[in-house]
Design a protein around this ligand. Structure first.
Ligand SMILES: *Cc1c(COP(=O)(O)O)cnc(C)c1O
Length: 428
C-alpha cells in the first residue's frame, strides 16, 4: 500500500491495552458506514462490538453528522465556567427528563473514566461538606469503572492496575451474585461495610459487568442491594456507561428496578458513539450540599473541553434518534434474534454460561486442562473472525456480541453462523 500506514503506525503509535512487542498488525480502517468498517482496499468488516461498545446507531449516521457539522460552524468551543450555551443546556434538560425524578443536575466531563472520577469526588466531598467524612467505598468483584486513578481504585484489582495498587484508596469488594448463595453473600458483605457508618458510597455496573466479560446478574438482586444501601444512608453510584442507551433492552439498566441511585455516570453511547463525552447526573439533594457562600464547598473540578458544544450537539442528535420508534424496534429485533441464537449455542458442551440481555449476548468457551491451548483462545478467536470479516473482540475466553442497532438481519445471521463455525472448529 502506497500510504504505508502499518509501517508508519508501528514507527509512531502506542496503542491502548496493547503489548506493543507482540501485538499483531492492527486493521487499518479508513471509513465506516452503518455496521460496517472498511479498509483501504475496500474490504468490509462487521463491527460486532460497536467499536468498543460505543457506536449504538451505526457509523456515519446522517442526523448526527449534520448536527455536528452545523454546530461546528455555529459555535465550536467555549469555556464552560462563567459561560453557558444552548447545546449543553438542552442536553442537561433532556437528560434529567429522561432519567426522571429525582435527577435534576448534570455535570459534564470528557469520557467514562472522568464521569466516574467526578462521581467519586462528588460523594467524598458530599460527606465532607456535611462534616461527616466517610472513606470507604463498596464495589463489586470484577468491576470495571475506567482507567484513571479513582476509577481504577474502585475496579477489580489485577494485571491491569497492579503497578499502581499501592496508591489506591480502600475499597471493599462484594461477591459477584451469579447464584443465590453468592447473592446472599454479597448482601451480607455489603451490609457489614454499610453498618460501619464509614461507607461513602456503593458503586456498581447495574445488571451487566462489562469488562469482566459481559456478566449478567438479576434485577431482583440489584434492587435488594440498592434498598440495603438506602437503609444505611449509603450513596449509590450507578455506572451506566456501558449499560445505558438501550443496550439491556431498556433505555437504562436501572429502569428494570424501582429504587433509584443517587448518581448516574454516562458515556459511551451517549453521543451515539461519535465523540467523547461523559456525564455525571445527580439529585438536588447532593447538589445542595455543595451550596455555600464560600468557594470551598464548591465542586472544584473541570476539564478544558467540559461541555464542548459540538460534542453536546452529537449527544442531542443521538437523543433525537432515541425518540424515534425505529431504534426501539431494532433493539427488539436484535434482542429476539439473540434469544433464538442461544438455543444453537447451548448445544455445544464446550460452550458454557450463555447469557443474553437486550442486545448483548455472551458465552464462555470452556477452559480445558490443556491451558496452553486455551490460553490462546482469545487470539485464535479474534484472528478467525477477522479472517471472516467480523470484528469481534473477545474478553479472554468470553465471546460476545453488542452490535450497532442498525445491523441488518443478514449481518446478524452471518455473525451467528461464523461463531458456530468457530465453535465447531475448536472442538478438540
Ligand atoms: C468503558 C467503561 C468505563 C470507562 O469509560 P472510558 O470512556 O473508556 O474512560 C467505565 N465504566 C464502564 C462500565 C465502562 O464500560
Amino acid at each position: 500500500m502506497e500510504n504505508n500506514w502499518l509501517k508508519r503506525d508501528k514507527d509512531f503509535v502506542w496503542h491502548p491495552f496493547t503489548q506493543m512487542k507482540t501485538a499483531a498488525e492492527p486493521l487499518v480502517v479508513v471509513k465506516a458506514k452503518d455496521a460496517l468498517l472498511y479498509t483501504e482496499n475496500n474490504v468490509s468488516y462487521i463491527d460486532a462490538n460497536s467499536s468498543w461498545w460505543v457506536n449504538v446507531h451505526g457509523h456515519g449516521n446522517a442526523h448526527i453528522s449534520a448536527a455536528v457539522y452545523e454546530q461546528m460552524k455555529q459555535l465550536d468551543h467555549v469555556i464552560f465556567a462563567g459561560v453557558t450555551h444552548p447545546q449543553a443546556i438542552q442536553l442537561a434538560e433532556r437528560m434529567c427528563k429522561l432519567l426522571k425524578e429525582p435527577f435534576e443536575k448534570v455535570f459534564f466531563s470528557d469520557n467514562g473514566s472522568t464521569a466516574i472520577e467526578v462521581a467519586l469526588k462528588m460523594v467524598f466531598q458530599y460527606w465532607h461538606n456535611l462534616h461527616q467524612p466517610k472513606k470507604r467505598i463498596v464495589a463489586m468483584e470484577g468491576a470495571y469503572h475506567g482507567d484513571t486513578f479513582g476509577a481504577m481504585a474502585v475496579g477489580q484489582r489485577g494485571v491491569f492496575n497492579e503497578p499502581f495498587e499501592h496508591f489506591f484508596f480502600d475499597v471493599d469488594f462484594i461477591s459477584f451474585p451469579d447464584n443465590s448463595q453468592n447473592e446472599q453473600n454479597a448482601l451480607n458483605q455489603a451490609e457489614l461495610v454499610f453498618k460501619t457508618g464509614d461507607c461513602a458510597a456503593l458503586i456498581i455496573e447495574p445488571l451487566v459487568q462489562g469488562s469482566a466479560g459481559m456478566r449478567i446478574y438479576s434485577a431482583a438482586f440489584l434492587e435488594k442491594l440498592f434498598v440495603l444501601a438506602k437503609k444505611h444512608n449509603v450513596l449509590i453510584i450507578a455506572d451506566e456507561i456501558m449499560t445505558g442507551w438501550g443496550r439491556t433492552g431498556k433505555m437504562f439498566a436501572i429502569n428494570a428496578i424501582e429504587t433509584h441511585p443517587d448518581i448516574i455516570c454516562l458515556s459511551k453511547g451517549l453521543t451515539g458513539g461519535t465523540l467523547p463525552l461523559g456525564l455525571t447526573v445527580t439529585t438536588n439533594e447532593i447538589f445542595e450540599a455543595f451550596l455555600d457562600d464560600s468557594v470551598q464547598k464548591a465542586l472544584l473540578h473541570g476539564h478544558s473541553y467540559t461541555g464542548n458544544p459540538v460534542v453536546c450537539a452529537a449527544a442531542n442528535a443521538s437523543l433525537d434518534l432515541f425518540e424515534q420508534q425505529e431504534v426501539w424496534s431494532n433493539i427488539e429485533r436484535i434482542s429476539s434474534k439473540h434469544d433464538s441464537f442461544k438455543d444453537a449455542l447451548v448445544q455445544f458442551n464446550h460452550v458454557v454460561n450463555v447469557q443474553q440481555l437486550g442486545t448483548i449476548i455472551r458465552f464462555e468457551l470452556k477452559q480445558s486442562e490443556n491451558t496452553s491451548y486455551f490460553s490462546s483462545i482469545r487470539d485464535k478467536a479474534y484472528n478467525y473472525f477477522i479472517e471472516k470479516q467480523c470484528l469481534i473482540r473477545p474478553l479472554g475466553n468470553v465471546l460476545f456480541l453488542n452490535p450497532p442497532y442498525c445491523i441488518t438481519n443478514e449481518q446478524l445471521e452471518y455473525l451467528y453462523e461464523t461463531i458456530l463455525d468457530f465453535i465447531a472448529s475448536i472442538k478438540d
